[in-house]
Design a protein around this ligand. Structure first.
Ligand code: FAD
Length: 428
C-alpha cells in the first residue's frame, strides 16, 4: 500500500521542496521568486534556530525563545508557499519523491539543507554519557544539567564526590568550545557563588581539552593567542595536544591526564546530516558532494546547500567551512540561480565571500579576523555583539537579546537559572 501523500495542492508551477529551515534553507526561501515556483518547506521543528547564541541558552544568559523564531511567522506574506512540520526519512530519487513521517511528497526540484550533526569519531561512550549542544533541545538539557549539578553537589559531604559534579570538561577548543567555557567561567564568578554560599566555588574547575596544538585552530595565530590569554584570565585550564580516548560517565581518559567529571561537553566535531538513500553522493565528512551550482553530483534536480553540502572542486578541496555565513550565501545564491533559470538565463557558479570570523570569550573580550585585519578586546566584543544582534531574525528577538545583554552587562548576573525540566543522566 502506498503511503498517504502530504496534502498540498498541485498547481501549474514547478514544485521546489526544501528540507531544513536553518540559515541555508531560510535564505533560499526568502530569495526565491515564488511567482514562478510552488515552494514547500519541511522542517522537523516549527522554528528557525540561531545556533551561534545557543551557548548563551545553555549558560542561562538567554531564554530559548529569544534565539528561535517561528517559520510560519517569517513567511506569512510569501505566496505559493507551504510549510510542513515533518521529519524527512528518505529520498526516492528515481521517483522524485520524499518520504516523511507525515506522508510522501513529490518534487520537481529538491533542495537539501539539513545541516550537520555531532561527530563523536566513533567514541561510543562519549556519545552515551557526554552532552552536546547542536540544537536547542540539547542546549536546554545542558542548562538544566549545569544547574542540577550544583544542587546535587550540595548533597555530598565528600569533597571528591562534590567536585565530580562541580567540574566541567569541554572537549574541542573551536569557537563553540571557547565561548561556552568563557560563559561557564563567568557564571562561576558572577552568579554561582551567590546562589550556592555553602559550596566552595574555588573547587569548581573548567577544563578545555583540544587535540591540536592551539585554541581556535581555524582562526589566525593572533586570534588564537589572544583567546588563549583571555581563557587563562578567566581561570580556564587549557589542555592542548590532548586527545580524549574514553569516558565512563565519571572519568575522562585522554592520551595525557585523566579528569573526573560528571559533565563532559563534546564540541569537538560535526559531520553532515544528509537524508537516507543518497549514500553514493557523500564525501568522508558525510556531506553531499555538489558541483559549483550546488547541484548534487549525478543528479539534475537535487540541490544541496549549507553545512550538509560540499562543493567538490577537486580531490584536495574539502568543501567550504561549516559556517552560518557560507550557508546563508549558498541559500541566497541558489535562489538567485533558480530565479535566473526560469527566465532562460545561465546559472552562475557559487563563490564564497569571506567576510571574516569571530568568537567571544566572556564580557569585553572577543577576537575578530577580517580578511586583512585581525583585532581583539573590547572593540572586537562590541562588533561581535552588534553583528549577532543584526543577524537575529526578527526585531522582537533583537530587542529581547539587547535588553538581556544590557541588563547583565551592568549587573553581571546571568539569567534566572531555573530548572524547568530535570534531565536524567544515564548513570544517576
Ligand atoms: C553551538 C554552535 C555555535 C555556532 N556558532 C557559529 C558562529 O558563531 N558563526 C558561524 O558562522 N557559524 C556558527 N555555527 C555554525 C552554524 O550555525 C551552521 O554553519 C549553520 O547553522 C548551518 O546552516 P544550515 O542551514 O546548513 O543548517 P542548520 O542551521 O543546522 O539547519 C538545518 C535544519 O534542518 C532541519 N533538519 C535536519 N534534518 C532534517 C530532517 N531529516 N527532516 C526535517 N528537517 C530536518 C533542522 O531541524 C534544522 O532546522 C555554530 C553552530 C553551533 C552548533
Amino acid at each position: 500500500m502506498n503511503a498517504e501523500e502530504i496534502n498540498i495542492p498541485r498547481i501549474d508551477l514547478p514544485r521546489i521542496v526544501v528540507v531544513g529551515s536553518g540559515f541555508a534553507g531560510l535564505k533560499f526561501v526568502k530569495r526565491i521568486n515564488s511567482k514562478h515556483y510552488q515552494i514547500v518547506l519541511i522542517d522537523k521543528n516549527n522554528y528557525h534556530t540561531f545556533q551561534p547564541l545557543m551557548y548563551q541558552v545553555a549558560s542561562s544568559s538567554l531564554e530559548p525563545d529569544s534565539i528561535v523564531y517561528p517559520i510560519r511567522k517569517i513567511f506569512k506574506k510569501k505566496k505559493n508557499f507551504y510549510f510542513r512540520m515533518a521529519e524527512v526519512e528518505k529520498v526516492k530519487a528515481k521517483r522524485n519523491l520524499l518520504v516523511t513521517n507525515i506522508g510522501e511528497i513529490e518534487y520537481d526540484y529538491l533542495v537539501i539543507a539539513t545541516g550537520a550533526i555531532t561527530n563523536f569519531y566513533g567514541i561510543n561512550n562519549v556519545q552515551k554519557y557526554g552532552f552536546t549542544m547542536k540544537n536547542l533541545r540539547e542546549s536546554l538539557n545542558l542548562r538544566s544539567v549545569i544547574i542540577q549539578n550544583f544542587e546535587k553537589s550540595l548533597t555530598f559531604s565528600n569533597i571528591d564526590k562534590r567536585n565530580e559534579y562541580m567540574n566541567f570538561v569541554i572537549v574541542g577548543a573551536g569557537a563553540t568550545g571557547i565561548e561556552l567555557a568563557g560563559a561557564l567561567a563567568e557564571l562561576k564568578r558572577d552568579s554561582l557563588q551567590t546562589d550556592y554560599p555553602d559550596l566552595d566555588l574555588k573547587q569548581m574547575q573548567i577544563h578545555l581539552i583540544e587535540a591540536s596544538g592551539k585554541v581556535l585552530n581555524n582562526m589566525s595565530t593572533k586570534a588564537s593567542n589572544k583567546s588563549h590569554e583571555f581563557l587563562k584570565k578567566l581561570g580556564i585550564n587549557i589542555w592542548l595536544n590532548t586527545v580524549v580516548q574514553d569516558y565512563d560517565g565519571t572519568v575522562v581518559k585522554t592520551n595525557k591526564e585523566n579528569f573526573r567529571t560528571k559533565t563532559l561537553i563534546w564540541t569537538a566535531g560535526v559531520k553532515g546530516a544528509p537524508l537516507k538513500n543518497i549514500d553514493e553522493s557523500l564525501n568522508k565528512q558525510n556531506r553531499i558532494k555538489t558541483d559549483e551550482f550546488n547541484r548534487m553530483l549525478g543528479s539534475d534536480n537535487i540541490f544541496s546547500i549549507g553545512d550538509v553540502a560540499s562543493i567538490e572542486k577537486d580531490e584536495n578541496f574539502k568543501g567550504h567551512p561549516m559556517l552560518a555565513s557560507v550557508a546563508s550565501q549558498q541559500g541566497n545564491h541558489l535562489a538567485l540561480n533558480f530565479n535566473k533559470r526560469i527566465k532562460g538565463n545561465k546559472m552562475k557558479p557559487f563563490q564564497y565571500k569571506d567576510k571574516g570570523t569571530m568568537a567571544t570569550i566572556g564580557k569585553n573580550r572577543a577576537v575578530v579576523d577580517l580578511p586583512f585585519w585581525s583585532f581583539s578586546g573590547v572593540f572586537a566584543w562590541v562588533i561581535w555583539m552588534f553583528l549577532h544582534l543584526m543577524l537575529l531574525v526578527d526585531f522582537r528577538n533583537k530587542l529581547i537579546v539587547f535588553t538581556n545583554w544590557t541588563w547583565s552587562y551592568f549587573n553581571s548576573d546571568k539569567g534566572l537559572r531555573l530548572i524547568i525540566r530535570q534531565v536524567k543522566r544515564k548513570l544517576d
